[in-house]
Design a protein around this ligand. Structure first.
Ligand SMILES: NC(=O)c1ccc[n+]([C@@H]2O[C@H](COP(=O)([O-])OP(=O)(O)OC[C@H]3O[C@@H](n4cnc5c(N)ncnc54)[C@H](O)[C@@H]3O)[C@@H](O)[C@H]2O)c1
Length: 382
């Protein structure tokens, strides 16, 4: 990992403490800051200054509290932005070319030119869709994600991957497009449905497992207590997660090698997501089960310490994750693994955690072993 350029600032504010941290991301000539803190929606215009005649479109979804949209628009207008909003329906189905096309039209109607900026206020669906629009409208305009789910704060908004879905395949049309800034207001997590927050915790645990043994221990010592009870700690954890993901992205911006380590737990997780999609399994819930099952397999193959799956399972269960899938289609899961696009000659590049805080990407695991691990989940009560 590179030296930590994360800067922190805690200032008293009208009797409550305001916490902010800045995570710097340098990608060749591109450089941007990820601002993580409390009360940042109302400071959006200050954190992302407007140039003369600056025009912006704020893309959001109708699942968010309306006050978040108003806070952002008010702050941007006060800072000199000419901004309009575009609201898409809540849900993955909005990550479509049809929806992107409607946003392009809105951008044209509102005079957004090549100097314009697209803001994305919402979860991963909004940031993937708006990022894709920003990457392609007028061959690319500035993009600022303002993520409001834990998953999008620690994962989707960092790294520059943008995409829309086609009816039969997710994320198949997309582009790499780095933001000019990311603004993360952790206060928004207070209104996030419990299950969405828990699902995001799976990615937090994943980051700690692959890259930060201290963070993993700190999470263990909290005994499953909700991070939202302490804003300062929440800011710290989100910022450390952004740092971990950003460091991986910096070393592999276009996903040609090391970035594969971020897929820890995702091979089985993705298969479960497909196999249990009819029963509403969330991405994080599937990844949590995937991390435990892949780690148990790694122990059996002598590739990981036995404490890895034990500690992972305990920490995930403390956050209401990695218990068992209530209902799923085992054949669909087996097919998803066998047809995983990473499989070449019966083998695939699989990230494994040999010890907490470390990750290796191996090609030594046969697909048959993963299928056995999947069968283990089934026997355990899937
Ligand atoms: N680009 C990447 O690197 C990357 C990484 C991971 C996931 N993704 C993508 O992210 C998407 C999933 O993102 P997600 O889990 O954030 O789902 P999401 O965007 O659908 O949000 C989940 C739900 O939470 C609601 N919500 C969001 N913020 C809220 C808040 N603060 N208060 C109340 N409700 C709120 C939304 O309206 C929605 O109903 C998928 O499409 C996935 O492919 C992209």
């Amino acid at each position: 990992m590179s030296p930590d350029p994360t800067s922190a600032d805690t200032a008293g504010q009208a009797g409550t403490e305001a916490h902010t941290q800045v995570v710097g991301v340098e990608l060749g000539r591109e450089r941007y800051d990820i601002h993580v803190g409390t009360g940042l929606l109302g400071r959006l215009g200050e954190l992302v200054p407007a140039r003369a005649n600056a025009r912006a479109v704020l893309v959001t979804c109708d699942g968010l509290p309306r006050e978040y949209v108003i806070n952002c628009l008010t702050s941007l207008e006060a800072a000199g932005w000419a901004v309009s909003s575009f609201v898409v329906p809540d849900g993955e189905q909005s990550k479509s070319l049809a929806q992107a096309s409607r946003i392009y039209e809105h951008c044209l109607d509102n005079g957004l030119d090549r100097g314009g900026t697209v803001f994305a206020l919402g979860g991963g669906v909004v940031s993937d869709l708006a990022g894709f629009v920003a990457a392609t409208y007028m061959r690319g305009v500035a993009f600022v994600p303002v993520p409001t789910t834990l998953l999008s704060q620690v994962d989707a908004s960092v790294g520059g991957k943008t995409a829309v879905d086609l009816p039969r395949a997710k994320n198949v049309v997309g582009a790499f497009h780095q933001p000019v800034a990311v603004v993360i207001d952790v206060d928004t997590l207070t209104t996030l449905p419990e299950r969405e927050f828990r699902s995001g915790m799976a990615e937090v645990v994943k980051h700690a497992a692959i890259a930060d043994a201290d963070l993993f221990r700190e999470l263990e010592s909290r005994d499953g207590r909700d991070l939202r009870q302490d804003a300062g700690e929440l800011v710290e954890v989100v910022a450390r997660n952004c740092r971990i993901k950003a460091d991986v992205v910096i070393s592999d911006p276009r996903e040609e090698g090391l970035r594969a380590c971020l897929n820890f737990g995702h091979t089985i997780g993705h298969a479960l997501e497909i196999a249990a999609s009819g029963w509403g399994l969330r991405h994080g819930e599937a990844v949590a089960l995937g991390m435990v099952a892949e780690s148990e397999m790694a122990v059996r193959l002598g590739l990981a310490e036995p404490e890895v799956p034990r500690r992972l399972r305990a920490l995930l269960q403390a956050h209401g994750l990695a218990d068992r899938v209530v209902r799923w289609d085992p054949e669909a899961a087996r097919a998803a693994i066998s047809h995983d696009k990473k499989v070449v000659n019966g083998r695939l590049r699989l990230p494994l955690v040999p010890a907490i805080g470390q990750v290796t990407v191996t090609e030594d695991v046969a697909v048959a072993e993963l299928l056995n691990a999947l069968d283990g989940l089934l026997l355990a009560g899937g």
